[in-house]
Design a protein around this ligand. Structure first.
Ligand code: ARG
Length: 577
């Protein structure tokens, strides 16, 4: 149940009855200060102005037409014409009880869509780097969230598995195999790529063979195809291992690499030419876009086919958009990649639209993200300036979490301890990333992310176990608890109840904007509000049994919300820490 949208709809109806037109918007927001109520409608002034009415008088007319008696206990006109809304505790209590007994905490699917989420998308024969880490964990949180909201989510791992470099990679793989290289040597993808490139640059016979292999691969030669497949498999096995460690939901089934679109490219380029969109320039085929200007202020040219006949990253993305609309029947596509790819995505999609491959209603959204920086404020690198291997980063996370958890005097069994270390170590890396607004760069800092204070994974995981421990101290059965009445009297109870009911607003924002940090901020605030409720309102030592049960219900919904919220972020919880 989304309080904000219920209030928006009802107030809008009243505005229309009071004379406003259909396009009016009540602009309902959560209030920043308690004296302004729980929510406020900010859209009255603009609507009144349009009607030529005094805003406060118009606000009164809106109130006269407004039916909110069950939801609100008080409505008040404030300042130049705001409407402040104070929610009714009885209604809050009913909604909390309903959320507790429904599946999905009462969140129901509305206008179900098919959404393609293009994320992770590493490149074959290359080690995953920190940019892919960001794409992987942010994309996965959004995929989980949209699925939770009832949408049909198609995960598309747009793996870089095609291009001219494969000739050189196949030739090098052949050389390694002839020299009976061990499996181990093949596993080091960075070294493999580097060596292949070195041979290509330095050995003309090798280079000739490599060029020959590209042509053969592209014409479907069986041997080259099999060698190519081997390279893809080695890479994706390693990546799958990373995904599993990261608690990311991607599987082999989600791979939809660049090669998938390759057969579509000749006819797309042919069609762009026929439509007059692509024109020849010095042997290459180019689409000129008025919407983008080059250095001289002229329309920018985007190459869709090179002089030698090769296709480009842009051509593939045009095909991918077309395929996702036509074949996957998607309503919406979200691509999670680096901000530096924004112009590329916008250009590919503009060409897709100009060519008429997708309708206006088909939503193409680049969910871009900034860079991960080291403590020195420069792009995150190893001490020697190399790319940080994801696997090494995760090893370090586990090492650091081991030290941290061992420092704490806990009475955990070895198995429990291991589970805590894993949840905290991996969770810390993920949460540190997810809790930042994705569009800005952020500094990767082990000490901050592993702190038990602040908006971190360990803090959130600990907050969850604290509520669990309340329940471990009682033997109340859950049916009795669900049946018990909930009464909201104390201010702290009220604040907690409202926060709990705002879960859906946070989750829907994540689904719409692709911004998991909104959910992190929500959960962090919820944990803080619960702490202060728990401090002021005794639960197990409450004045009587009815109050105890009532408060336990608030605690139970908090526990479930934290667990569900962290699960949507792909962060594990443990029962004890
Ligand atoms: N493989 C690309 C990279 O490593 C990311 C692909 C993003 N998705 C897309 N449809 N272009 O940078």
């Amino acid at each position: 149940m989304n309080i904000q949208s219920i209030l928006s709809d009802k107030i809008k109806q009243a505005m229309i009855l009071a004379g406003a037109d259909q396009s009016c918007d009540a602009l309902v927001r959560q209030s920043g200060k308690p004296q302004f109520g729980d929510y406020q409608a900010n859209g009255i002034m603009a609507a009144a102005k349009k009607l030529g009415l005094n805003p406060r008088e118009f606000a009164q007319k809106v109130l006269d037409n407004l039916q909110l008696s069950d939801i609100a206990e008080k409505l008040e006109i404030a300042g130049p014409g705001f409407i402040n809304i104070f929610l009714n505790p009885t209604w809050l209590a009913t909604e909390i009880s309903a959320a507790l007994s429904h599946k999905n905490l009462g969140i129901q699917a509305t206008n179900k869509q098919t959404v393609v989420i293009d994320y992770s998308s590493p490149n074959v024969a290359k080690e995953m780097h920190v940019g892919h880490l960001r794409s992987t964990i942010i994309g996965d949180a959004v995929a989980r969230t949209l699925e939770f909201l009832g949408h049909n989510v198609i995960r598309a791992n747009h793996v870089g598995d095609w291009g001219t470099q494969f000739g050189m990679l196949i030739a090098y793989l052949e050389k390694m195999q002839n020299e009976h290289a061990s499996e181990m040597e093949l596993q080091d993808l960075e070294a493999f790529y580097r060596e292949a490139k070195k041979h290509y640059d330095e050995d003309e016979v090798f280079a000739e063979k490599a060029r020959n292999y590209v042509v053969k691969l592209q014409s479907g030669d069986e041997y080259c195809r099999a060698m190519w497949k081997r390279l893809v498999d080695i890479t994706m096995q390693q990546n799958q291992h990373n995904y599993d460690r990261l608690n990311v939901t991607l599987t082999e089934k989600d791979v939809m690499g660049e090669s998938l679109y390759n057969p579509m490219l000749p006819s797309i380029v042919e069609d762009l030419k026929k439509q007059g969109l692509a024109v020849e320039n010095d042997g290459a085929l180019v689409v000129y876009l008025d919407e983008f200007k080059n250095k001289d202020g002229d329309p920018m040219g985007v190459i869709v086919q090179k002089k030698d006949g090769g296709f480009l990253y842009t051509t593939t993305d045009i095909a991918a958009a077309k395929y996702r609309y036509e074949t996957l029947k998607a309503n919406r596509v979200l691509v999670f990649s680096d901000t530096r790819q924004s112009q590329h995505m916008q250009q590919a999609w503009l060409i897709t639209r100009k060519a008429g491959y997708v309708p206006d209603s088909f939503s193409l959204e680049h969910k871009n993200f900034g860079m991960m920086l080291g403590k020195d404020g420069k792009p995150f690198k190893t001490r020697t300036g190399g790319t940080v291997k994801l696997a090494d980063l995760l090893d370090e996370a586990i090492e650091r979490a081991t030290v941290l958890i061992n420092e704490k005097n806990t009475n955990l069994s070895n198995d429990e301890k291991e589970a805590v270390i894993e949840a905290v170590g991996i969770g810390a890396v993920k949460y540190a990333d997810l809790s930042k607004n994705r569009t800005t760069d952020y500094v990767f800092d082990w000490d901050n992310m592993l702190s038990f204070e602040g908006n971190t994974a360990p803090y959130m995981q600990y907050a969850y176990t604290r509520i669990r421990s309340i329940f471990n101290k009682t033997n109340i059965n859950s049916t009795a608890l669900l049946a018990a009445p909930l009464t909201i009297k104390d201010d702290k109870e009220r604040t907690l109840a409202i926060k709990l009911l705002q879960f859906e607003e946070a989750v829907q924002t994540v689904g719409k904007e692709g911004t998991p940090h909104v959910l992190c901020a929500y959960l962090y605030e919820l944990a803080g509000i619960f702490s202060s409720f728990y401090e002021h309102c005794p639960i197990l030592n409450a004045e009587d049994e009815a109050v105890k049960l009532s408060r336990l219900k608030l605690a139970l919904l908090t526990e479930k919300t934290l667990k569900q919220g962290l699960e949507l972020l792909g962060i594990k919880t443990v029962e004890k820490m």
